[in-house]
Design a protein. Structure first.
Length: 128
């Protein structure tokens, strides 16, 4: 009986330890979710890859200097269901990206809204 209880405890502990990275991956702790920012720029690279689609773009700051930005979206599988493809965004496209900026102040953003040629691209089923 003691051996069975030990085995069950060991299995439960193992499962809880293994599941921690899964929850950590989906946390938004790297981004300031309390406010959104909007950045206008020109696409330099679009990586339609797992686990998250990456958008790289250049934006011009108030002083006229070019800033390199990295933005993150959900998985390609999710975006395909919203009508996206590898060709939805292309280098040279002008975009306005809105979302949650990285807490560490880097030019990184979790996208909540993206405009391409004044057209909002769908990110979730509820988007118009």
């Amino acid at each position: 009986m003691k051996f069975r209880a030990f085995r069950i405890s060991a299995i439960a502990l193992t499962l809880s330890v293994v599941s921690v990275p899964i929850f950590a991956h989906h946390e938004s702790s790297a981004y300031d979710m309390s406010r959104t920012v909007a950045v206008k720029g020109r696409i330099t690279q679009f990586d339609f890859v797992n686990p998250h689609v990456q958008v790289f773009f250049d934006a011009t700051d108030e002083k006229g200097s070019v800033e390199k930005w990295q933005a993150e979206l959900t998985s390609p599988n999710h975006l395909v269901r919203m009508g996206w493809s590898k060709k939805t965004l292309n280098p040279g496209d002008d975009v306005t990206v809105s979302g949650y900026r990285a807490k560490n102040g880097s030019n990184s953003i979790w996208i909540s809204k993206i405009l391409l040629k004044d057209q909002e691209l769908k990110l979730t089923p509820g988007d118009n």
